[in-house]
Design a binder for this molecule. Structure first.
Ligand SMILES: O=C(O)CCC(=O)C(=O)O
Ligand SMILES: [Fe+2]
Length: 281
């Protein structure tokens, strides 16, 4: 599998980037505007936060999905039976936010959402006419005034060897939303499934921003933009003693948007959340 690196500043970036999204479901951008200091500061202070008991004060809301998700709640990927080896905190503009950390993740939420919106404009502009005709409204309009975009601060704890057999940091899955932006994590492990059915290591260099299509954009585009499976492998040897932090931002449309003849966003979201809780295998 080949993931071309596209220069965000280049005049031909939108076309090159969307070609990559169409062909692989993934896009890799260099010279992107996200600030390294901001992201690394978030990694540091949230890792410290995850190591404290304070996180339990923010236990997730099972209806609104904001707050802290401990490892025993976590997620079970669709068609999988084991819970992922991770804990995470869901940040929404209206949701709970720990007093133990600075406002850096909130600031990142704003910057990341703006960048994701720009990339969605690129996707709209570079959709062929027959794909555009499928969108029930222009993609940028689907996110207008939406407060469902989610910033997830993810912590994969060190492995101690007593994990359930077959459990992994993140089992193969596809994202639910329109598109996801993901700065380099603190440790390697992220892989994407190529059309050739081989797993491919996603580059991990802070200069490179990883973007991937989610199921909602796949559905709205009639699969022109594929939502590609990805996973996070368990580290081995010395690396197993280390935590891994990552920071995906999931761009979401308004709940009432019609994605296709089969689905509104709301109906699609509810179905997928049930699957993630492990209710439907
Ligand atoms: O941790 C990562 O690198 C990827 C996380 C991910 O794919 C997800 O949370 O959906
Ligand atoms: Fe994902």
């Amino acid at each position: 599998m080949h993931l071309p690196v596209v220069d965000f500043q280049s005049p031909t970036a939108p076309q090159e980037f969307c070609k990559s999204l169409h062909e692989t479901g993934f896009g890799v951008l260099k010279n992107h505007p996200l600030q390294r200091d901001l992201v690394e500061g978030i990694y540091d202070e949230w890792l410290a936060f995850f190591k404290t008991e304070a996180k339990h004060q923010y236990l997730q809301d099972p209806v609104k999905f904001d707050g802290y998700f401990p490892p025993n709640v976590s997620e079970t990927a669709k068609n999988n039976t084991k819970k992922d080896l991770k804990e995470f905190f869901h940040i929404y503009p209206w949701g709970r936010y720990p007093t133990e950390v600075s406002d850096a993740a909130r600031r990142y939420y704003v910057q990341g959402s703006q960048l994701a919106a720009t990339l969605l404009n690129w996707v709209e502009d570079n959709s062929p006419p027959e794909v555009k005709a499928r969108y029930t409204e222009p993609l940028p309009k689907m996110i207008e005034g939406c407060d469902q975009t989610l910033l997830r601060v993810l912590h994969y704890p060190p492995l101690h060897g007593d994990e359930e057999a077959g459990a992994v940091r993140a089992a193969a899955h596809e994202d639910i939303n329109l598109l996801t932006i993901l700065p380099a994590a603190t440790e390697p492990g992220l892989q994407v499934l190529g059309k050739d059915k081989f797993w491919f290591d996603v580059p991990r260099d802070f200069g490179l921003l990883i973007v991937n299509i989610g199921d909602m954009l796949q559905e709205a585009s009639g699969h022109y933009y594929p939502s590609t499976s990805h996973r996070v492998l368990n580290p081995t040897g010395e690396a197993a003693t280390k935590s891994r932090i990552s920071l995906p931002l999931f761009l979401h449309p308004r709940r009432e948007v019609v994605l296709s003849e089969r689905y509104t966003v709301g109906a699609y979201f509810n179905e997928r959340m049930e699957e993630l809780k492990g209710g439907k295998k």
